[in-house]
Write a protein that binds this ligand. Structure first.
Ligand SMILES: Nc1ncnc2c1ncn2[C@@H]1O[C@H](COP(=O)(O)OP(=O)(O)OP(=O)(O)O)[C@@H](O)[C@H]1O
Length: 630
């Protein structure tokens, strides 16, 4: 594929991360995301990526000429949202009857004196106080818990992962213990029939969430399994990998497949001493691949080719037999699912992913109710009450998501913290106009001055810096330039650059992410493989890494090199620093002062400058206060 095409695709990803008007989300009769592209395409090894990169999938599907074009960046409006009333009676994690093993894990992970953040207080209060099923095993109370719908919305870095993981993990453990008391001799459920499912838009985020969940589950002995394995070729390193066959792909990476003897329907349901998987984490596309079998995409694609404009979801699905098509080999049993979490909900419910997301939710409902989809009336246009708990989690609620929730999940409880859609207070914004000469040189100068300002260069402890560009090609060129200037930089961009996104890249990103076990592992690897090269202190990337990832507190600066597509994109890029109350700075680059700078200060950049309260330059054309203003 040509560079231009790749760049065009990437601009689209940036738009994906910012969502689109509601008409694009669910009224469009022929949403094309599932068959043209997937966030997976931009991340790690995946069969869909293989197909997408050779253009087959994109070529075989058309775009509904009646649907609004998605090629123009949208000015997504972030509506004003009322913050929920904070529960003052949940000042500590122990204020609710949380499983003691979970309390221990929290203190091991966050420190002895950690108290819940606002969104965690809201969540704990909501799930424990309003759902006595989390502490009362009586069947009547239990059934009230089994179909709640909740939205958790708060600023970046405010601890939303713990806010949804605690009620889910507590509930799964609570119900397991209650069942053991009732039926001590009940047979073990199948290996691959999880109780909880956490869906994220990228493999990177899935992996990070999975590590975090494993840390929380350590004491309560729930088994967490990540479907987004790292690229390890055929040499599995962890015990969990033994459950998978690694299928090498032509680009040097590997795909995973659950071992046939452990898959659904096999006689062997328990695998050695391993307990069944309790929580599974991955992208919706990967889960569908494993529940329906890899061929489902191809079969669906054939149907789309045959009858693209009159596509009707239940009809298309019925005509291929849905879950039980003889050619599809389902590997995961969805019938035991009790909790589904959609992390980064505005992306997962965005136009390019909505179809996969809805399909998976419908599959779960269908598996649980043991009825075909057509019988549960699950079309895109209807309100839906699923037979499981659904949690949507996001730092931004664009109009599109807001309206989608109102239409599709009218009874969804919205838990929203204060200052949603604003930069966290721990982030200081700064504006740097380019000098008018070599822009890359200006960036290098600012990086050096950051390290000088910190006075850390002398101690050899430079902080880490993230650079956000709009295009992979630009991030790569910038990284090359900075390396030539003796500023150790790594570019982490789309996976379509075959060979570049390899084990070393995965290692590079880990050294920027916050996770104790990960960083220890990375440090050890780096020590053993030291080849005289300096460890990168700067990571140049695109919006690919702007979503949900918990970067290390040593990432003190985020540089916004290119104008983000909109405020949503900006909030997520900036939010990679200043996490959990740590101090961080977002540096916004813009055109040099003088001719043309007035234009530079309008548009999204101008809105951002106003929004973050940066003193406008002389040339800034003021825009009327808009919905971003709180
Ligand atoms: N109660 C707490 N006390 C201290 N640190 C916390 C607490 N809760 C979470 N953290 C830490 O805050 C960091 C950010 O948490 P998390 O990744 O869940 O944020 P988030 O709200 O999901 O962010 P984003 O919107 O970017 O996805 C993590 O490093 C986590 O360990």
């Amino acid at each position: 594929m040509f560079q231009k095409d790749l760049d065009r695709q990437e601009v689209k990803l940036n738009q994906v991360c910012s969502c689109h008007p509601i008409s694009n989300v669910f009224v469009t009769p022929f949403p094309d995301g599932l068959f043209t592209r997937n966030v997976d395409d931009f991340t790690t090894s995946d069969s869909s990526k293989e197909q997408s990169s050779n253009g087959r999938r994109g070529a075989s599907t058309g775009r509904n000429p009646r649907s609004p074009s998605r090629s123009t960046p949208t000015r997504e409006v972030l509506p004003h949202t009322e913050s929920s009333v904070l529960a003052n009676n949940v000042s500590h994690f122990s204020s609710v009857p949380l499983n003691t093993g979970l309390l221990e894990s929290l203190s091991q992970n966050l420190g002895q004196y950690a108290t819940p953040t606002d969104i965690q207080r809201l969540s704990l209060s909501h799930f424990f106080k309003r759902n006595p099923g989390l502490s009362d095993p009586s069947p009547v109370v239990q059934s009230t818990l089994s179909s709640s719908q909740t939205l958790l919305a708060s600023q970046t870095g405010s601890g939303k992962s713990i806010a949804y993981m605690l009620p889910m993990l507590h509930s799964i453990k609570w119900r397991e213990l209650a069942k053991q008391d009732e039926q001590p001799d009940a047979p073990l459920r199948p290996q691959w029939a999880p109780k909880g499912l956490i869906l994220a838009p990228t493999h990177e985020l899935s992996r990070q969430l999975s590590r975090f969940a494993k840390g929380l589950c350590h004491n309560i002995k729930l088994r967490v399994f990540c479907l987004s394995q790292e690229n390890r070729g055929n040499s599995p390193e962890k015990k969990d990998d033994m459950d998978f066959v690694h299928v090498p792909l032509s680009n040097g990476t590997a795909e995973i497949e659950i071992r046939r003897e452990d898959a659904v329907g096999s006689e062997r349901t328990a695998h050695g001493p391993q307990r069944p998987v309790d929580v599974m984490i991955g992208t919706a596309g990967r889960v569908l691949d494993l529940t329906r079998g890899r061929q489902w995409r191809d079969d669906m694609e054939k149907i789309m080719d045959r009858n693209p404009w009159e596509r009707d979801e239940p009809k298309a699905e019925n005509s291929v037999g849905r879950l039980n098509h003889p050619d599809w080999k389902p590997s995961i049993d969805l019938s035991e699912i009790e909790w589904v979490v959609m992390d980064e909900a505005d992306v997962v419910y965005g136009p390019d992913f909505i179809q996969t997301t809805e399909m998976l939710l419908n599959d779960i409902a269908s598996a649980k109710l043991k009825r075909p989809l057509s019988k549960i009336g699950a079309t895109s246009h209807q309100t839906t009450a699923y037979p499981f708990n659904l949690i949507l989690c996001t730092a931004t609620i664009p109009n599109s998501l807001d309206q989608y929730i109102s239409t599709k999940y009218p009874s969804m409880e919205r838990l929203t913290s204060v200052r949603l859609h604003q930069l966290p207070r721990s982030i200081t914004p700064e504006h740097v106009p380019y000098s008018g000469g070599n822009r890359a040189a200006d960036i290098a100068t600012r990086i050096r001055s950051v390290w000088l300002e910190e006075g850390m260069e002398r101690r050899g402890e430079k902080s880490k810096i993230l650079l956000f560009c709009n295009k992979s090609s630009k991030a790569e060129k910038l990284a090359q330039y900075l390396n030539e200037q003796d500023i150790p930089t790594v570019a982490l961009v789309r996976v379509l650059d075959k060979g570049k996104r390899n084990k070393n890249n995965d290692q590079s990103i880990e050294s920027f992410l916050k996770f104790d076990e990960g960083s220890v592992k990375v440090r050890r690897k780096q020590e053993s493989t030291a080849d005289g090269q300096q460890e990168p202190r700067v990571l140049a990337t695109t919006s690919l890494l702007s979503r949900g990832l918990d970067f290390s507190p040593s990432v003190k600066h985020v540089f916004i090199i290119d104008e983000p597509n909109n405020m949503v994109d900006f909030i997520h890029r900036a939010g990679r620093t200043g996490r959990a109350g740590q101090e961080g700075k977002v540096v916004i680059f813009s055109k040099s002062r003088g001719r043309g700078s007035a234009r530079a200060m309008t548009g999204v950049r101008g809105e951002i400058m106003q929004k973050v309260g940066l003193r406008p330059t002389r040339h800034l054309v003021r825009r009327p206060a808009d919905a971003f203003a709180s």
